[in-house]
Design a protein. Structure first.
Length: 202
């Protein structure tokens, strides 16, 4: 008897295996299956009830977002995946009858959740903390530079004051020495020039 109507696949259950347990989920039409971060192994069970030549039904599947290629699996009714990266995928299964005619595609949205360290929230927090750390380091560097400049300015001011007071003393002493009556004119003029030079340096 010719089988002109290919069977439609039915998604029966999804087994999710973590490090300590296996949980099974019965998929409902259009609803996503959520895979926890630690559930590394995924098995999707499907079948395609056929009224004619049921033993001749063959299957193929693919996980879009992971691979766009169909995988022909013969009569196997389980698709196994492991180590899928976090993201959104769509599992698709299709059955063909003994005449080689492919039937409709059954679809199941699959969402693999990230670990805490892979989540966008955590990565965003790390970026914010890194930016905050860089800003704090820049602020500390700026404050340190300002403190060094302030210290240099204080040293320069103190040095200027010290040298200024010394030069004032030299100018005063030289002026007094230049006005001594018993000095020859030439020495007196030399002392007065020293006094004037010291005053201009203040």
């Amino acid at each position: 008897m010719a089988d002109r109507f290919p069977p439609a696949p039915v998604l029966e259950r999804v087994d999710l295996q973590g490090p300590e347990q296996v949980r099974s989920v019965v998929p409902f039409d259009g609803q996503s299956v959520f895979v926890a971060a630690r559930e590394e192994n995924l098995a999707i069970h499907y079948s395609a009830p056929a009224l004619v030549r049921a033993l001749d039904v063959e299957y193929r599947y693919r996980m879009t977002g992971l691979s766009e290629q169909w995988l022909d699996v013969g009569r196997s009714r389980v698709a196994r995946f492991s180590g899928i990266r976090p993201g959104r995928y769509t599992f698709e299964a299709q059955a063909r009858n003994g005449e080689g005619i492919w039937g409709p595609v059954a679809r199941l949205p699959v969402v693999v959740r990230p670990t805490l360290f892979e989540s966008r929230t955590f990565q965003g927090l790390i970026v914010i903390l890194a930016c905050g750390g860089l800003a704090a380091a820049a602020r500390v560097r700026r404050h340190r530079r300002r403190d060094i400049e302030r210290l240099r300015l204080n040293i320069a001011t103190d040095l200027h004051d010290d040298i200024g007071s010394e030069l004032s003393g030299i100018a005063l002493a030289a002026a007094m020495a230049g006005r001594e009556a018993d000095l020859p004119e030439r020495q007196s003029q030399a002392w007065l020039r020293i006094s004037e030079k010291a005053k201009t340096m203040l």
